[in-house]
Design a protein around this ligand. Structure first.
Ligand code: SER
Length: 691
């Protein structure tokens, strides 16, 4: 049975048992705690928790998954056996408060033995040590005594969230294969392979490990399609099944090399990595230097290294992508629909790295004879990283071929030193302020609701690179106060302008407020005289403040509209919010059409005209997550966060200043949409009077 046939058979079976068939969700999860969709249950988490309604009480699907970072990570193991993948497909059937243990176990057994015809003697089942009910059902349904296990029969996606006891089904490859039964010391030998996991999702685990009952009793099952293919095609190695054989043939066509015992690791790595990279980019991931973009870049570079081991230099995955589309494009139409975009991005990545790979390998060859104790110095690994774009794990992978390792602590300290150097280069006067470690953090809580009566004390004045006690008329200075009403540049929003006053006299005409660590700096020109110790009032320019607030709320509306109109995984990649003007960078693989631009602009204006209330609230981060507030992945948030909610269209974690009603924005106009780097677009937009 081929992959295509197995998918069909699985879905048909569950459809005929009352399940609604749904397509796979994106590999980019709607969940800031995860880099990728790591299991079939990820898209259903909010339904288990009772936050969202299920599409039907019974559902079945085949979900794309990537396990290559974070808690679920198989990257380092790919290529060395027949079972590990970074990308895989998980067959799953779901009950949202409908059938429970009995129904799940009965259907699993019926499908495997009666429909597919697997010899029941080949199957071994397990149940959680506390779960007598499942053990009884197995006895009745299959005549089997379930092996009772502890933590291996408890499933959760993360440390917190929905979880429950599970019951697994193993296939016995026979006594010629080494390995013991589940729960025995040599269970990983390979003889018994888990082919299905029925999870009985009935608890929610909180951060302290406490379990509370979920609103309903649910079923989450997961079966690895690659393993089913191996069993049903009589292969021991997943990479010998039809889909992989075809992809490996494509590798031979492109490289001119055939698979042998010596090079089979490279064939596995390349075919596995082709799937991760191809599918992730088709779902909107862009290779980059951070979070999931970096995982994909690393995987792509590892694949190129293995191409090079086969004697093939230059573009590889971009040339293999058509074979992936041929194998999997019918089941996943997005591969075909986004083919031009995906190939363009992969080609750009491969071209950018090809020379670096060769030059870096030359450097490594030069350094290796000097390695005495089997450990490559951190400085060399760092040079490979910094100059030649070798992710640390790529260097480690290359060294593993030679039984060498890297001094990772040395690598990390080189990295920290370099970060420090680059900060020093770009921060100008900030470095001087940071040397004044005795200065307290500026108390700036009033920035959201400026208090005109607030009296502040001048703590320090910087003029021409020196701290001075007094500054005089016309001097350009930066001034630190103990507390302020000013918003200092942060999170892409430019700082306030305004005045520092003593009584009715303006002593500093503030053109900008910036930050050095936690100190807000009032930058401007002195009028008359200002001295350390002066008591001043910080007065924010209200027009400028209002114009910036308009732009900031409009930025949130813009993001919401892009996600709606482009109907894709648009993600913020950067923004600059200035008075009445917005610059918004986001991930998207092609130019927007005129119609899309107009639709986005119209939608933003529609929401402005609707004059929706904008709520500014502080709440615990968990509460914000429950509300589905959008957060920037990889950003560190405190326990208490600020959440900005515009009507029912946008809800984001945000520390900026905002209007109270969308109508205050008056109008928005998109001026330009362009590419700023591969897969990243930039929109500039005017709002308010400027629009
Ligand atoms: N969530 C379970 C797993 O990943 C079953 O789908 O194994």
């Amino acid at each position: 049975m081929t992959y295509n046939e197995i998918r069909k058979l699985f879905l048909n079976y569950f459809e005929s048992h009352g399940h609604k068939i749904v397509p796979s969700a994106s590999l980019i999860p709607n969940d800031p705690t995860l880099l990728f969709t790591v299991a079939g249950m990820v898209p259903w988490k909010n339904i288990f928790l009772g936050f969202e309604d299920a599409p039907a009480p019974r559902v079945a699907d085949v979900q794309k998954c990537i396990r290559a970072g974070g808690k679920h990570n198989d990257l380092e193991d790919v290529g060395f056996d027949g079972r590990h993948h970074t990308f895989f497909e998980m067959l799953g059937n779901w009950s949202f408060g409908d059938y429970f243990k009995e129904g799940a176990i009965e259907m699993s057994w019926d499908l495997l033995t009666n429909v597919i015809g697997i010899d029941p003697a080949r199957l071994v089942v397990t149940a959680h040590e506390t779960d007598d009910e499942s053990a009884k059902i197995w006895k009745r349904v299959a005549g089997k005594d379930a092996i009772r296990l502890g933590k291996d029969n408890w499933w959760s996606a993360g440390d917190t969230g929905p979880c429950g006891p599970c019951s697994e089904i193993f296939y016995d490859f026979g006594e010629n294969v080494p390995g013991g039964l589940p729960g025995t010391p040599d269970e990983d030998g390979g003889r018994y392979v888990e082919i299905w996991n029925d999870v009985f999702m009935q608890y929610n685990r909180d951060a302290n490990g406490n379990l509370t009952k979920l609103p309903k009793q649910n079923v989450d099952t997961g079966a690895g399609l690659e393993r089913w293919a191996a069993v049903l095609q009589g292969k021991f190695d997943n990479y010998d099944t039809d889909l992989f054989v075809n992809l490996k043939n494509a590798v031979s066509d492109v490289t001119g090399v055939h698979e042998t015992d010596e090079n089979k690791t490279s064939f596995k790595v390349i075919t596995d990595h082709l799937r991760s990279v191809g599918f992730a980019i088709a779902d909107g991931v862009i290779p980059s230097n951070s979070d999931r973009g970096y995982v994909i870049r690393r995987i792509l570079r590892r694949a190129m290294r293995h191409g090079q081991l086969l004697g093939h230099n230059g573009a590889l995955l971009s040339r293999l992508y058509p074979a992936l589309v041929e194998q999997m494009g019918d089941a996943y139409p997005e591969l075909r629909a986004n083919a031009t975009h995906v190939m363009e991005i992969i080609t750009n990545e491969e071209n950018a790295f090809a020379d670096m790979l060769n030059n870096g390998l030359k450097l490594l060859e030069h350094e290796l004879p000097k390695v005495s104790n089997g450990v490559l110095p951190g400085a060399v690994a760092f040079k490979l990283f910094d100059t030649y774009g070798f992710p640390l794990d790529l260097t480690q992978m290359i060294l593993r071929e030679k039984n060498l390792t890297v001094d990772t602590a040395g690598f990390e300290s080189e990295m920290a030193a370099q970060k420090e150097r680059s900060r020093a280069d770009t921060r100008g006067t900030r470095v001087l302020w940071e040397s004044r470690s005795e200065l307290p953090a500026t108390i700036d809580g009033a920035k959201y609701a400026p208090d005109e009566n607030m009296e502040s004390t001048v703590l320090a004045i910087l003029r021409d690179g020196e701290f001075v006690e007094n500054a005089n008329d016309g001097d350009a200075v930066e001034v630190a106060l103990d507390k302020t009403n000013f918003y200092g540049t942060q999170g892409g929003q430019t700082g306030d302008s305004g005045e520092l006053k003593i009584g009715n006299n303006v002593v500093l005409n503030v053109t900008d407020a910036i930050r050095a660590n936690n100190i807000v700096l009032h930058r401007g020109t002195v009028m008359g005289k200002i001295s350390v110790g002066d008591k001043v009032h910080s007065v924010v320019n209200p027009q400028n403040r209002a114009a910036t607030a308009r732009a900031h709320t409009a930025t949130h509306l813009l993001q919401a509209a892009l996600r709606k109109v482009l109907n894709t995984d648009v993600e913020q990649r950067g923004s600059r919010v200035a008075p009445d003007s917005v610059r918004f960078d986001f991930s998207f693989g092609r130019a927007m059409t005129e119609a899309e631009k107009t639709a986005v602009e119209n939608l933003v204006n529609e929401w402005i005209n609707a004059d929706m209330p904008v709520l500014h609230e502080e709440m615990p981060i968990d509460e914000a997550k429950k509300r589905g507030a959008m957060a920037l992945f990889g950003e560190k948030y405190g326990d208490v966060v600020r959440v900005i909610t515009a009507g029912d269209v946008s809800c984001e974690l945000c520390g900026g200043t905002h209007v109270n009603h969308t109508g205050e924005i008056m109008r928005a106009k998109i001026n330009k949409e362009k590419s700023i780097s591969s897969g990243i677009r930039r929109i500039t937009m005017s709002v308010g009077a400027l629009a």
